[in-house]
Design a protein around this ligand. Structure first.
Ligand code: UDP
Length: 465
């Protein structure tokens, strides 16, 4: 407990699982440092309040009732931003009134996910300090920023260039560009949104779910661009004093009993996260790749994750009977528990940042099958720079089978395992009392505690006569 006067922090997460989880984890970290924590969330994907009795929750009317937000479009995201503006503003005003009457805690700042762009406007209007949360790697933001500074250097490109290196962005190739393209070019609205997301507006600092020990040079390069202080205090899921479930979907815990029956270091865990969708052809190739590899596997097939199908009914007829006890398929797993299980030896992943950190911290090497956004960047760093995993070269059963065997059975597989163990040790060092994440957290607490309760009004621009 480092804060003497009770100060509160309002957190505004974005509704996707991969964004909600780190924000709630950050809430737990800040709460353990003596702040009271208020989570102002959208109605879609509201967190489970009972898992976080230490927080106050405030539900904002997002105005998107009846809209499928499992894979939000740009339009959905802008609507969400517009619709949440008044609810957040009104809520903060009422908090400020209570504070003036000395009834509530002192509102120290707002921490928001950088997809919730509107928070910057609201905070500026009310002259409240705000801080941006980056839920992804510095490598991803660095690549975005570089591309956004000179998009004409990157777009449009030819199919023949897909494997060519990107200028100034080693180890990325055109194929790994983290902005969704249409006909190998980027659409203007997406470019504009990406710029806003990378921007810090009038925020006074940035919190990162990453570690200096892993990404120091990239953080330093980014720091030259952003003038506000950075606080890399990851990995959040290990920095939290007490872990509580942040899952939106119901976890199927029965797979832990199945893992208990498997030999140590024998199982491949397969999951593509909360957002990615695949076609039935990819599902079938993956199914045969897993079966032919003859390795035990635990496979998450999320409902709605295969285009045109509800769930696992796109699998070949009789598939589950054929693999029998050697394979287990679930709709959603308690992933952190799975990765920590002694039976798990590898992770076939889409390389979302949370999954990446969770895997490394449990010393589990990866097979990288990225799709979009930060995933291709993470996959390239994991396979080419950190050498903590293998990239899947093609979505074909023979290649999948071969890559699984390479990870689980070969000398090369042992090498990547060693690299992951080393990476984990460095990250654990960052979390120790004299480590960088620990120190940065202390600095963050001091920084928030010392923030002025209201920012000075902007200096009026004087017209030159
Ligand atoms: N996750 C889970 N169970 C699953 C699959 C994923 O609990 O069956 C969690 C996982 O632990 C991680 C999050 O969902 O914390 C996914 O976040 P990530 O950044 O890896 O990918 P995204 O879902 O955003 O693409």
């Amino acid at each position: 407990m480092r804060v003497e006067r009770k100060q509160s922090v309002v957190l505004v997460p974005f509704l996707l699982q991969g964004h909600l989880t780190p924000m709630l984890q950050l809430g737990s970290i800040l709460h353990s440092q003596g702040f009271s924590v208020i989570v102002a969330h959208t109605q879609h994907n509201a967190p489970n309040y009972t898992n976080h009795p230490q927080f106050v929750f405030h539900s904002m009317d997002d105005g998107l009732q009846g809209i499928d937000m499992s894979f939000p479009s740009l339009e959905n995201i802008y609507d969400l931003n517009e619709n949440c503006k008044a609810p957040l503003r009104n809520y903060l005003v009422s908090m400020m009134e209570e504070e003036e009457e000395e009834e509530g805690d002192q509102l120290a700042c707002i921490v928001y996910d950088n997809v919730m762009l509107f928070v910057d406007d609201v905070a500026t209007q009310l002259r409240l300090p705000s801080i941006v949360l980056r839920t992804y790697s510095a490598a991803y933001l660095h690549s975005m920023l570089t591309i956004l500074q000179q998009p004409e250097k990157y777009f449009p490109f030819e199919d023949s260039q897909l494997l060519d290196p990107l200028p100034e962005l080693h180890p990325l190739r055109f194929k790994d560009i983290p902005i969704t393209t249409v006909n190998n070019t980027v659409q203007a609205p997406l470019l504009e949104f990406s710029r806003s997301m990378c921007d810090v507006g009038s925020s006074v600092a940035t919190i990162w779910n990453t570690m200096q020990d892993l990404e120091n040079s990239l953080l330093l390069r980014l720091q030259e661009h952003y003038k506000v202080p950075f606080f890399p205090i990851g990995p959040f899921h290990k920095m939290v004093p007490v872990a509580s479930s942040t899952s939106i979907l119901q976890e199927d815990n029965s797979c832990i009993d199945w893992l208990d029956r498997q030999a140590p270091d024998s199982v491949l865990y397969v999951s593509l996260g909360s957002l990615v969708r695949i076609d039935d052809k990819e599902l079938i190739e993956t199914a045969w790749g897993l079966a032919n590899s003859e390795q035990p596997f635990l496979w998450v097939i999320r409902p709605g994750s295969v285009y045109g199908f509800q769930c696992a009914e796109a699998l070949p007829d009789g598939y589950e009977e054929m693999v029998g006890e050697r394979g287990r398929i679930v709709k959603w797993a308690p992933q952190k528990q799975v990765l920590a299980h002694p039976a798990v030896a590898g992770f076939f992943t889409h390389c979302g940042w949370n999954s990446t950190l969770e895997s490394i911290l449990e010393e589990v090497p990866l097979i990288c099958r990225p799709f979009l956004a930060d995933q291709p960047v993470n996959a390239r760093y994991l396979s080419q720079i950190y050498k903590a995993g293998f990239e899947l070269e093609a979505i074909e059963r023979t290649v999948i089978d071969k890559t699984i065997r390479k990870l689980m059975l070969s000398e090369e597989g042992k090498d990547v395992k060693k690299r992951v163990v080393d990476m984990k040790q460095n990250i654990v060092a960052a979390m120790q009392i004299d480590g960088t994440s620990h120190k940065n957290l202390n600095d963050l607490v001091d920084f928030i505690s010392a923030l002025p309760s209201r920012l000075a009004p902007p200096t009026p621009v004087v017209e030159q006569s």
